[in-house]
Design a protein around this ligand. Structure first.
Ligand code: IVH
Length: 665
């Protein structure tokens, strides 16, 4: 056999072994043998570049050369499903379907509802040609290169009875195990944790580096086929076909005819899902016949032929052992419940926030109580109730602390606020450290050569007391005892390079209470430099679109404090950006002041994010949905039909890309 033939043979065999390993979970060769074949193929492909194939198994390793994502219009909009939460809602849906079909018999396909992010995959002649995220349902991001690294997704289909062109939709998921491991690594590296596997999968899939995506071991289940010529009239039957072509289809799919069978399915999976390696949050019920699906049709938002039944959040009961208190960068004191570890929805939990004193009071919580915990969308679980019947005789009511656990200052409570505060903002350690951590954060000065533990270390060694001190640190200071010259140099360089961070992020980094990323940007763009901002009156500040009285007062209070004035003066001396760049000043105007603008469609000259920035730079506001208050829609190609209809109905003008650019010229 010549080497070119060998390339084809290896590709075919590797696709097959990949399928056995990642879809069937039943490998027939060792990992080592697989790697060996892969290396052979890589070598041969390097030798014969003309035989390149975008769907070769070697493309699964990703590359770090991805360009930014292209926005593409979905051929069929990606709708969502109506949610139900109880049997009665399911019954109503079932009866509505029966009425809609005028008494005709029908079957329902029951399947799991995967809790990841949806993806649309297009196949032409058995080859994966495109993978697109849901986006706004009308347009999504083209993430084909990233999708190719997901081994459960076939690049080339098996068999020969697939349609010439069709779309498969499904869910991309990060398995629990991978998620826990990833978060453990992030914790060790002092990086922010992902709240849940869905966010982690979404963050991963939208990474611009497909090699990173490949390293994250995402999984995928497919559950919906679309196209002009599908193999059969049955959804279930089509999924079985898809399974033969190499797709990973939900294992638990079942066709049923009665409500009772639906309830049995729900009941079974409500407990059984806890043994699955990935997150599910409900059941999806679909009328099986495609003909009947068409007859039932769609409402504005979702199909009438399908519905989602959401599981109740998982709940566990465990003992509250101790309450500890955390002091944040603003001085707010948050009580934390420390509990006996308990398994809940895929992870072990032992801590939950108790929010504030009112929350504790509302449950009349005692130390020693058995509490019910639930996990919502966040990784930090919530206490949702107390098992009063289990309260031990020696349980003690919780009395909220009266003094700061960190610096001993008596706590204060401000009017209208639920939290207690430590008012000692200039000398209370977690407040000082918290402000420095905020200053170096990615969205602020982005000094990623240091993390919270380093801040803690330097603070303890007396090297830093505020953000300005960072710029004073030398390699000698850091080195201390150990011989860590290289990393010390990296840290000092990292700090120095933050001097280029634009003014608006410097304003955010200062950590002025209530001034978030957006308000910092608005304020910076309005006042243009720090002197104008420091001199601004309450009235000047409230004139900024999007800045209310609370923010304005807080800005005034910040700059009237001599300690802060000194920090700002020092930062200026160190060379931080204290004004908008010339470029920003030149590009900014107030041509769009007071205008609310909706962006819709696919653009040619700039990306959506760039248009968003242009709107803001010119004083306008980018809003998500069209209403009577919308000034105009900035429309590219393929604007969504529902948006178009709404704009026309409300008489909102539609402006093309070119006209918009002229407008702000
Ligand atoms: S069918 C037209 N089946 O749930 C309906 N969706 O709210 C097409 N999902 O965006 C979707 N598991 O991301 C379908 N077995 C399943 C599903 C499922 C999860 C997600 C999907 C969709 C959302 C609907």
């Amino acid at each position: 056999m010549d080497e070119k033939q060998r390339i084809s043979e290896l590709r075919q065999q590797l696709h097959e072994h990949n399928y056995k390993y990642y879809v069937l979970n039943a490998p027939t060769i060792s990992d080592q043998a697989f790697d060996f074949m892969m290396h052979e193929l890589q070598d041969l492909e390097a030798k014969y570049p003309k035989m390149d194939d975008p769907n070769s198994p070697t493309k699964r390793v990703g590359s770090d050369l991805n360009s930014e994502f292209k926005q593409v219009a979905h051929k069929y909009p990606m709708l969502s499903l109506a949610n139900t939460y109880n049997e009665q809602d399911v019954e109503e849906w079932f009866e509505q379907v029966a009425r809609g079909l005028m008494g005709e018999e029908f079957e329902v396909c029951c399947e799991l509802k995967y809790d990841g992010l949806s993806i649309s995959l297009t196949y032409v002649d058995g080859q994966l040609v495109q993978g697109v995220t849901r986006g706004d349902g009308i347009h999504g991001d083209d993430v084909t290169e990233n999708v190719k690294t997901i081994r459960a997704i076939p690049l080339v289909l098996s068999g020969n009875d697939y349609p010439h062109e069709f779309e498969m939709r499904g869910e991309i998921l990060m398995p629990w195990k991978v998620f826990e491991q990833l978060n453990a690594e992030r914790e060790a590296n002092e990086e922010p944790l992902f709240a849940n596997p869905r966010n982690a999968a979404s963050g991963t899939l939208k990474s611009l580096n497909s090699r990173l995506v490949a390293s994250r071991h995402l999984d995928s289940y497919l559950y919906y086929m679309l196209g002009e010529q599908l193999p059969t009239d049955g959804h279930y039957e089509n999924m079985m076909k898809a399974k033969h072509w190499g797709f990973k289809i939900s294992a638990g799919m079942r066709k049923v005819k009665s409500l009772q069978q639906i309830y049995d399915f729900i009941k079974h999976w409500d407990t059984e899902r806890k043994n699955l390696p990935i997150a599910t949050d409900g059941i999806v019920l679909k009328v099986n016949s495609l003909r009947q699906q068409r007859a039932l049709g769609y409402t504005a938002k979702s199909p009438r032929w399908a519905i989602a039944y959401k599981f109740k959040a998982e709940r566990a009961c465990t003992k509250l052992v101790e309450v500890t208190y955390q002091v944040g960068r603003t001085g707010a004191v948050t009580p934390v419940a420390n509990m006996e570890p308990v398994k809940l929805a895929g992870t072990t939990v032992k801590r939950a926030t108790l929010n504030n004193a009112d929350f504790i009071k509302s449950f009349d919580l005692h130390v020693g109580d058995y509490v019910y915990v639930e996990k919502g969308g966040e990784i930090i679980p919530k206490i949702v109730g107390v098992a009063l019947d289990k309260r031990p005789a020696d349980a003690k009511p919780i009395s909220f602390i009266t003094h700061c656990p960190e610096c001993g200052t008596p706590l204060a409570r401000y009017e209208g606020e639920a939290a207690y505060y430590c008012p000692n903002d200039t000398a209370c350690p977690p407040q000082i450290k918290g402000r420095i951590e905020h200053f170096i954060a990615r969205k602020a000065m982005n000094i990623d050569s240091i993390g919270p533990e380093t801040v803690d270390d330097y603070y303890r060694r007396g090297l830093i007391h505020n953000a300005a001190d960072l710029y004073n640190i030398t390699v000698q200071d850091i080195n201390g005892a150990g011989n860590r010259e290289k990393s010390a140099l990296k840290i000092v360089r990292g700090i120095a390079s933050s001097k280029q961070v634009p003014f608006e992020r410097v304003v955010f980094a200062l950590g002025i209470r209530f001034v978030g990323e957006t308000s910092a940007r608005l304020i910076a763009r309005h006042f243009k430099n720090i002197d104008a901002l420091m001199e601004a009156s309450l009235q000047d500040l409230t004139e900024v679109e999007g800045v209310g009285e609370v923010i304005a007062k807080s800005v005034i209070a910040y700059f009237s404090n001599p300690i802060n004035k000194e920090i700002v003066a020092r930062l200026r001396n160190y060379g931080l950006q204290m004004a908008l760049s010339e470029e920003q000043q030149a590009g900014s105007s107030d041509k769009l002041t007071g205008k609310s603008i909706v962006i819709s469609g696919v653009f040619t000259h700039h990306s959506r994010d760039e248009y968003k920035a242009l709107i803001e730079q010119n004083g306008g506001k980018n809003v998500g949905s069209i209403s009577g208050k919308t000034s105009f829609v900035l429309a590219g190609d393929n604007m969504g039909p529902s948006k178009l209809e709404k704009a026309e109905r409300l008489g909102v003008p539609i402006i093309s890309e070119d006209d918009f650019l002229k407008m702000i010229e």
